[in-house]
Design a binder for this molecule. Sequence first.
Ligand SMILES: CC(C)(COP(=O)(O)OP(=O)(O)OC[C@H]1O[C@@H](n2cnc3c(N)ncnc32)[C@H](O)[C@@H]1OP(=O)(O)O)[C@@H](O)C(=O)NCCC(=O)NCCS
Length: 147
Amino acid sequence: MIRKMDMSDIRFVYDLEREVFGKSLEKQMLTDEILYNDLARYFILENDGKRLAYAGIWITKPNAEIINIAVLSEHQSQGYGQALMEKIIEFCQAKQVENLTLEVSEAKQDVIRFYEMFGFEKQAVRANYYEDGTDALLMVKPIGGQQ
Ligand SMILES: CC(C)(COP(=O)(O)OP(=O)(O)OC[C@H]1O[C@@H](n2cnc3c(N)ncnc32)[C@H](O)[C@@H]1OP(=O)(O)O)[C@@H](O)C(=O)NCCC(=O)NCCS
């Protein structure tokens, strides 16, 4: 089941981000995102009542941006990332978003392939974007906007 994230999920998302990225947006920022950022929409994926993954987007019309997507390490490669991505795309279609964008480290070739599966294409490189000096790739998927 994929549902909207709420305050009860902050701890899970914080721990998940620390596990997969080694750092988190921090609890206060996650709280602000949920309570005050009207542009933000975060999703939680659960299976059998257990939280397994999350994804967050900002809907800055006409476009939207994926802020983060992550699955618990022990549950990766089981289709949960794909389910979340399909949900995001469906949500953006309903909101008549024109382009869905994201940034990903050029070092994460497997994740780049994951995004390409959903029709994201490389659009630009942001040099030295990350703290460790790696470049970021800007990827874009056309959604279609107002039909
Ligand atoms: C990237 C991520 C969200 C993908 O979610 P997932 O649940 O592991 O992926 P899925 O099981 O839904 O995979 C769907 C397809 O994507 C591809 N894929 C996913 N992970 C892959 C990997 N590590 N290497 C190669 N292909 C991969 C596969 O083709 C897979 O299809 P298949 O299982 O039928 O072969 C997840 O692995 C993750 O959280 N990674 C760590 C955090 C991260 O780097 N997030 C991205 C931030 S920019």
